[in-house]
Each structure stands twice: as structure tokens, then as C-alpha cells.
Unconditional design. Structure first.
Length: 167
């Protein structure tokens, strides 16, 4: 079953279960921040947050604002909050029995991959991933990927831009 986030369609083949986690019918009027998707696999969960400033309806100003928010740290702070709140929610559901991988997909073709690497380090500090008093890390892995990196890691069929397929 495909999952859609704006102009991107995801195929979570290979997962035991996939959930559109930011669905308000599921959460009600909670003020908790939420990642877009959670997938369950045999030995881990994957939390996926999607930002798509390359959506066809985006203006140049939208893209400039997005880049400014990324560079200023505002978006990284938001990504960290979404992860922490989603992890807390899942913990209270009793669904943190496996390690968690956190994937942030930034679908913006003009983003420099070197900038993404720098922002990953910032995100690790914002979450935080480790603490001296914790027996385990809060995430097994935490990465920020552009669209091509996402397809390389999860397969060409893992995500597609709907507007480019003629639908």
C-alpha cells in the first residue's frame, strides 16, 4: 500500500507494518509533534520525517524560506522535537521494544550533500542520541538524506514524485 506525503509517494515494502503517524484521526488534538511515518521491521523501527520544498507548487520564496530555516537551525530543532515526541508516544504505547532508525528526507535538489552532513551532527546533539546515564542510545541511527540518497539507500521504488509520473 503506498503512502503519500504531498507530492511524494512512498512504498514501504519489506516492512511488517507501516503507519502514517502524523494522522490527526489517530492522535486527536494532541500537541505532541509527530514524524510523518513509522515502519516496523523484524528487528527495528524506522521513524521517517519528510520535507519537500521541491513540491511543484512551491515558489522560489518558499524554497528560500526553507533554506533559511534549515541554515538557522530552526528546522533541525523541529526535527529533533518530532523525534523525541514520537519516541515518547511510542514508548507510552509500549512499542519501543526494538532499536529505532530516524530518517529525515529533505527533498530539495539544490541542497548541498555536505550541508546535510553538517546538519546530521547538529540533529544528533539536538535529540540527543546518547547520554551518560542512559543504558541505550535513543536512536540506533539518525540521518538526513536528499531524495537521491534516500532512493540509493532504500531502493529506486521506495519513493517517487507523483507529479513526474503523469498522475
Amino acid at each position: 500500500m503506498p503512502f503519500i506525503e504531498k507530492d511524494l509517494e512512498f512504498n514501504f515494502a519489506g516492512s511488517i507494518q507501516a503507519l502514517q503517524f502524523d494522522d490527526t484521526t489517530f492522535h486527536g488534538h494532541s500537541s505532541m509533534k509527530r514524524v510523518d511515518f513509522i515502519t516496523e521491521h523484524d528487528d527495528f523501527y524506522r521513524f521517517i520525517e519528510v520535507k519537500d520544498p521541491d513540491i511543484p507548487a512551491a515558489t522560489e520564496q518558499n524554497k528560500a524560506d526553507f533554506l533559511q530555516n534549515l541554515q538557522s537551525g530552526k528546522l533541525i530543532n523541529s526535527f529533533a522535537g518530532k523525534y523525541r515526541d514520537s519516541l515518547l508516544f511510542r514508548n507510552l504505547e509500549g512499542k519501543t521494544d526494538k532499536p529505532v532508525d530516524y530518517i529525515v528526507l529533505l527533498s530539495m535538489s539544490t541542497l548541498d550533500p555536505a550541508m546535510l552532513i553538517n546538519k546530521i551532527d547538529t540533529l544528533h546533539r539536538e535529540i540527543p542520541i546518547n547520554h551518560n546515564s542512559w543504558p541505550n542510545s535513543s536512536a540506533r541511527s539518525c540521518v538526513i538524506l536528499n531524495l537521491e540518497q534516500y532512493k540509493t539507500r532504500f531502493g529506486e521504488a521506495s519513493v517517487r514524485r507523483i507529479s513526474e509520473s503523469g498522475e
